[in-house]
Design a protein around this ligand. Structure first.
Ligand SMILES: C=C(O[C@@H]1C=C(C(=O)O)C=C[C@H]1O)C(=O)O
Length: 289
């Protein structure tokens, strides 16, 4: 890559380990400046211009879509239960009316989805409160909580059953409700950065898609390597988890994202009439990965 090294975000959760595993092997890593953080921070950094490109939680993308271009073929989503975007609860969800529910501060999309599910699907109106994203904090301060990432996965695999709390999978609940895939995060580049550095950004987008495809072709090997992260997740659990996640942004995922955008707009949580603008739309892009 010539001159500019794009400042690229990377999510510090297990869900993004396959991409990092591949970035190390497919040659893109030395051409970028990688910033690893939680999705809330990365989204804010991208919107405020401290990053040039990277993953952004869908709720924040919908709030700032005018200044961003989506990178095709990249997402963190699911088509059914995902195991790491959960409502954990001491009581059945239908008993949460007027009860405190903690919203984990690392999430912007799952916390919105959980509110839709609780209010529009289950029919309760809890009292929401922002909360440190750990299971113990949630259960200490509230009757239920919304958690994402590794702590949510651990709640599903170990802590929930051990502590006797219910773990409700928002990906699964969304699928039962709408029949659609759910997209939690997309990859985007700042529009003005893409206009100033078109060649670098095309190369970045192609390199990321190549890395995604490479990791998808080697998921069992990637899952075996998770033991090096010091996580309690076993390679078998990791392989199952990685296969639940959708890393591609397919036409069906976009339909799911549109449905989420509509419901979010009805609640006044994001602007109405979203148009998703992709990098390369309207002009020929070099060869595709
Ligand atoms: C599947 C996940 O997707 C995520 C959920 C996000 C959110 O709720 O805002 C943001 C980014 C992704 O990390 C997860 O975190 O486990």
């Amino acid at each position: 890559m010539t001159g500019t090294r794009p400042r690229l975000g990377h999510i510090s959760f297990l869900n993004s380990y396959p991409l990092l595993w591949s970035l190390r092997r497919t040659g893109l890593l030395p051409t970028v400046s990688l910033h690893i953080d939680t999705p809330d921070k990365l989204s804010e950094d991208l919107v405020e211009g401290r990053l040039d490109a990277g993953p952004i939680t869908v709720a924040e993308y919908l709030r700032h879509s005018g200044s961003l271009l989506l990178l095709p073929g990249l997402a963190i989503g699911c088509d059914g239960p995902v195991h790491s975007c959960n409502i954990v609860s001491k009581v059945p969800l239908r008993d949460l009316h007027d009860r405190p529910v903690g919203l984990g501060t690392t999430s912007r999309t799952t916390v919105l989805l959980a509110q839709m599910l609780l209010e529009e699907r289950i029919g309760v109106r809890p009292r929401y409160t922002p909360c440190v994203p750990t299971l113990s904090a949630m259960l200490h301060h509230a009757d239920a909580g919304v958690l994402i990432g590794d702590v949510a996965l651990r709640a599903y695999l170990e802590d929930g059953p051990r502590l006797g709390v219910e773990v409700h999978d928002t990906g699964g609940l969304w699928k039962e409700w709408t029949g659609l895939p759910m997209v939690f995060a997309v990859w985007a580049v700042r529009r003005e950065f893409a206009e100033r550095h078109p060649a670098e950004v095309d190369e970045l987008a192609r390199g990321l898609r190549l890395a995604r495809a490479h990791s998808e072709a080697h998921l069992d090997t990637v899952a075996r390597d998770v033991t090096m992260l010091g996580t309690t997740v076993t390679p078998h659990q990791a392989a199952d988890y990685f296969r639940r996640l959708s890393f591609d942004l397919t036409a069906r995922h976009l339909v799911g994202m549109q449905a989420f955008a509509r419901l979010a707009a009805e609640r006044g949580a994001v602007p109405e009439h979203q148009r998703f603008s992709f990098l390369g739309a309207g002009r020929p892009v070099g060869s595709d990965a």
